[in-house]
Design a protein around this ligand. Sequence first.
Ligand SMILES: [Zn+2]
Length: 380
Amino acid sequence: MWDALPDAARSIVKELIIHGPQSRTALSRTLHLSTGSLTRLTKPMVDAGLLVEGDVVHDPVNGRPTRPLDVAAGEHRFLGLKLTADRVYAVVTDLRAEIVAARDEPIGDHSPSAVCDQAKRLLDELSGGAGALVGAGVTVGGNARASAQVGGERLVDAPYLGWWQVELKPLMERALGVPCVVKNDVAALAHQHHWFGPGRGLRDFALVTIGAGIGYALIVHDHLVAATEADLGMFGHLVLQPGGPMCPEGHRGCAAAYLSGWSVEATAGHALRRTVTYDEVMRLATEGDRVCLGVVREAAQALGRLIGHVATISMVKTVILAGEGVELARIAKDDLARALTENRRDVPGSVDVVIEADDFREWARGGAVVAIQSFVTGSD
Ligand SMILES: [Zn+2]
């Protein structure tokens, strides 16, 4: 159904998905279409059940009675998947990326075909109820990159899964029986935040994720800035404090050396002379343990400097923080804010820092959003 839509019709659908039901007058104004064109474009979509008309209200633009248009959000389903080193997170959403069902479980067999079969089984367990599955979005960390192969199929390297040059898209499409799109997980999360999260309504923002690695995505003028493998790998190794602690690649004082999960665990573990998990470091810091609080505060200061660099060079005014390591920013919020301000010529409040909840379902939801963009609205 969605395949045959002209671009102008897709822009109407996109507007309704992001901003909710609207009158034809408001839509034609926003999208610079004549009311005649709008009627011509929307009628077949209403007839096909892609759009629905609401109850009669008075048009806020001209006061006339009107029936606002909306997408039939509940009629269409999308599968979003996030693959980590040891778990698969799956959500089924509607056309507004609202989660209708979610599930996660350990990855059994790490081979690509086994993971695709596992995804199919999860989908079977999750679906049920109304709505037809339109497509799936699979998000992986590391690199989803284009290859030079005939047909331009994207090959996926996911070192943490032991995958190199995997043709994930066709494998997943065969397993699931619907069209699939494969994306970098941080990019997908940025799209999710842009359309349905704290980035909604913002034309420009940056997303920084803290976890096993440090991730970065930049939305400028409503579009994601395209990043190469090299770009993605460099951000986490930006040097923040020459002479600081060393990362496994041998940089002193890079972002990863302060912020990645392993460095927080290693620094705290070294001082405590025992093995500690990330969560334990955060808990001890919250309870006032001096060693752990010191590690967390130092990491938060480094994060403040990093956000300062991001804002100064990209000129975005909002930086969203997400990922499973985001707790350190919450615990040492004041240290982060102070370091950020110092890095911005002591101008306070020049950057809005939004700390998101650590929830892998949001990453899986990012997969559903890139599926919506790929198979319905046709753009980011
Ligand atoms: Zn480094």
